[in-house]
Every structure is written in C-alpha cells, then in structure tokens.
Design a protein around this ligand. Structure first.
Ligand code: PLP
Length: 415
C-alpha cells in the first residue's frame, strides 16, 4: 500500500457555488502504488513504516492521557511522511475522535479512501474551497467575518447547519483572531443559523522547551478568550490548544482535546520535554549495499575527490542520495551496517552515498544498511539526521522523497 499519491484534483474545474462532483479519474498506471501491486522489484532503498510500533505508541498515549481527553490525530503532509491513510486508520482504531489536515486535497484523499471520521482543516480557507468543505463534511477553522458570512450562506443554501471552530491568535501571530477581539465573531456565528460554534482553538509557539513562560502567557490569553465566549452565552463542546509538546508538558492546557502529530510517530518534539516510556520511532530509512570498492592509499572517492584514502579502505555504495532528501553533506554522518556505524566518506550524490566499511569485514553486497533508525544496539535518530541538515525532526520526517518506496510492516494491525 502506498498512500502518497492521492488522486489529483482537476484544477481547471473551478468550484462555483454548486457542490462539486466527487468523481475523479483513477490514479494513472505509473504510480508507485501500482508498481507495488504489480510486484515490481523495489529499488534497494526505502522508507519502512512499522505499524505495530505506531499502534503501540497510540496505545501508550491513550494509557498516559487523562480519561475523557479526546485526541485529534494530525495527519497533514501525508502523516508527516508516514502515509496519511495508514496513520489515520491506526489512530482511529486506537480511539482518536478527529483527524486534522492542512489542505482540502488532503482531506478529500481521506474521504475518497473511505474515512468517515470528523476532519478538521487547520489553517484558513479560501472562499472558493468552502463548497468542497460542505460537500465532504470538512470542519473549518474561522477567524474573520467575511468567510463566516460566506460559509454561512453556502451552508444555508445546502440546507445544512454545520460546526465551525474559532481560531484564536494567542501570540503565535500566524492564523486567528486576536484573543481580546473574539466577541463580534462569536456574535456573528451565533446569529448565523446555518453555523454553530462547536469549538475554539489556538496554537503554541513554544510548548516543548524548558522555559514555559510564553506558553503560559498564551494559555492565559486563551482562557481570556474562552471567558468572553461564554459571556456571550455560547458553550463550547471542543476547546483545544495543545500539540504534542503541550500534551506532554502542560496538563493545565489540555481542555477537551489535544492535537497530536509527531508524538504518535514515536518522535519527541524536543530533547527536554517529558518522556512516555516505551514510545519508539515508527519510520526508518534503509538501503542495501549496491557496490563495494577496495581503495589503495591515495585513491579518492566521488565528485570533487572529497575523500582521500590514507590506507587501504573498503567502501560500500548505498543507492540513496540527496535526490531522496538525504542531507547533502561531505565526510559527515554515517549508516549502520551489521549493527555498527559506517562513516560517510566523500560527498553525497543525487543517487548514492559512500560509507567506509573497512572495520566491518563481514559486510557484503546487498546487505541491509540503516540510514535512519535502529540496527542491533545502534541507532541513528531523526534528530541526528536533522543536525546534518541544520533542521528539525519534523522537516526530516516529511522530507523523504516519494521516489523512496514506503514499505509497511505489520499491515495486519490495520482494521
Ligand atoms: C501540526 C499541528 C499540530 C501538531 O503538532 P505536533 O507538534 O506534531 O504534535 C497541532 N496543531 C496545529 C495547529 C498544527 O498545525
């Protein structure tokens, strides 16, 4: 199963006020999904997703959380590169009550694959997207009067009364209405009979660091906004503020629901946030040794001759490169082979890296190497890869290119 290639929406058909058709053409024959189903030989480099670990992480989170606290599984950007459908199905089997995504396309790909669950669209919508949201029961965040009016009109015309969530800006200054300016929007929604204010949310700018000063200020702003909302006579069913970091470290900010993206994937958002024992990374990246070179002293490796052997060296070529999103480093980083660290030598090419296996004499052609993940007692964490790229774990998880096949382990745990 490869969920990375949802059908493409015909961008030439502008969604007018008429509700759009849900029929779109099937995926073309050349998608990796089809390669896999045809038993096409996988390239010897891939992303492995362990669904047993994903399920276990969700179970550990459910055991850790207070009873009654609802979980939104955030599966935007293909479930952070793990496959939105696989993460969504596992989350739902483990009791998640909502799924969240960032784009209408992501939402419709889930609907097309038979997910009937409540879907929350994060971020703001263009008016032109509202007909699609209505047709597919996607829950929108709203934060300004014009889109509330438009969504209200369309819902009325369709004979529906739909839930909306008020997005409140408590200090992140990205999306949302300022926390002390919510009153008029609450009144506007209350007076729009085709809408009802089901929820209110905000988002932390910093929740996983030791210093919680700003997070607590945002929490105070959120509470201020909630007070204004209840003073206007509106009682909210779903108040939500926490991402993974907030869920772990700020129990006083849990409210009714938490929005978890990275934690169920087995990656802690920072090195200092609280740990839940037993949580393990779901994604690994692997490749097989595709060639071995024996170097004489003075021989060099790769473009720009960036590595020069001082002594006889044995070099393994792994068929994965910056074209797969491996960080473009030189003589930095390593791969795991036979449970040991093999240092990268030379530069990273588009389709290959070279590692020194002189100290791993048993390594042979087509042996498995781990680029990210665990092998034996050794582990290359996503954070370690992120450091090579001067980036963060989130960027590495979502970054692995789709030309790397996704291999799912433990498919049987899916409902
Ligand atoms: C991505 C996102 C989340 C999930 O954050 P994690 O740190 O991955 O848990 C939650 N809320 C919003 C608004 C988001 O955009």
């Amino acid at each position: 199963m490869n969920t990375l290639f949802p059908d493409i929406i015909d961008s030439t058909s502008s969604p007018s006020d008429a509700l759009p058709s849900v029929n779109r053409p099937a995926a073309p024959a050349s998608t990796p999904e089809n390669f896999l189903s045809l038993n096409y030989p996988l390239r010897p480099a891939w992303v492995e997703i362990d669904l047993n670990k994903l399920k276990r992480n969700f179970e550990l989170i459910h055991r850790d959380k207070p009873k009654g606290l609802q979980v939104v599984s955030v599966v935007k950007d293909e479930g952070y590169g793990h496959g939105a459908l696989a993460v969504a199905r596992t989350a739902l089997a483990c009791g998640a009550s909502f799924l969240a995504i960032s784009t209408v396309e992501e939402a419709m790909a889930l609907r097309d694959r038979g997910i009937p669950t409540r879907l929350l669209l994060l971020g703001d919508r263009q008016e032109a997207e509202f007909p699609w949201c209505l047709a597919h029961d996607l829950t929108c965040c709203v934060s300004e009067p014009q889109s509330i009016a438009k969504l209200g009109q369309l819902a009325a015309r369709a004979g529906k009364r739909i839930p909306v969530h008020l997005k409140i800006n408590t200090g992140m200054n990205r999306y949302g209405v300022r926390w002390d300016e919510v009153a008029s929007l609450v009144d506007l929604i209350a007076s729009t009979k085709s809408l009802f204010l089901e929820g209110a949310l905000s988002h932390f700018a910093q929740s996983d660091e030791t210093d919680k000063t700003f997070a607590l200020l945002q929490l105070a702003h959120f509470n201020e906004a909630l007070d204004i909302i209840s003073e206007r006579g509106c009682s909210l069913k779903l108040r939500h503020l926490c991402n993974s970091g907030g869920f772990l470290d700020l129990p006083q900010a849990h409210f009714d629901m938490v929005r978890l993206g990275i934690l169920p994937l087995g990656v802690f958002p920072s090195s200092v946030c609280r740990r839940i024992p037993g949580i393990e990374p779901v994604m690994s990246v692997k490749a097989r040794i595709a060639a071995i070179q024996n170097l004489q002293p003075g021989d060099t490796v790769g473009y720009g001759m960036r590595f020069k052997a001082e002594s006889p060296r044995r070099i393994a070529v792994l068929p994965i490169g910056y074209g797969d999103s491996f960080p473009r480093v030189r003589n930095q980083g390593c791969a795991l082979i036979h449970g040991r660290r093999a240092p990268l030598v030379g530069g990273v090419a588009m389709d290959a890296i070279t590692v020194d296996i002189t100290d791993i004499p048993t390594a042979q052609l087509w042996d498995e190497a781990v680029i990210m993940g665990r092998q034996g007692a050794e582990e290359i964490t996503v954070h370690e890869v992120a450091r090579l790229k001067n980036s963060v774990s989130y960027d590495i998880l979502v970054g692995w290119r789709t030309r790397l096949p996704r291999l799912y382990v433990g498919q049987d745990v899916l409902p």
